[in-house]
Design a binder for this molecule. Sequence first.
Ligand code: 9YT
Length: 131
Amino acid sequence: MIVRSLADIKGTAQDVAAPTWVSRRLLLARDGMGFSLHETIIFAGTETHIHYRNHLEAVYCIEGEGEVETVADGRVHAITPGVTYALDRHDEHYLRARTELRLVCVFNPPLTGREVHDEKGVYPLLSEAAD
Ligand code: 9YT
């Protein structure tokens, strides 16, 4: 069994910062679960352009208020505690935080931990075996 806490991760390579968010990657590919599990904080007043071409992601909001807009159709969905969104079509989107958002995120395939968003909001598909 794997038991891990945010306190174990803070300040390590699994604690990843970007201009609009910080993410604690609780479970990664090397943990062998077939998905990765993250707690992500999105900073208040920010907009993040995201397009995970290579991954499916589900997000569950546990704190804060914001919205997600899908680029393809311009639809805007409110994000509040208790709301989940799932990017089942690799949906390109804008994530906006009115207040600080605390989100639980799951990726399939799992992130290896080396991914950072590129300028198009895309993560490369990395495997444990190759860089
Ligand atoms: C909100 C969202 O897409 N979070 C994804 C995880 C986070 N950006 C990370 O760990 O890279």
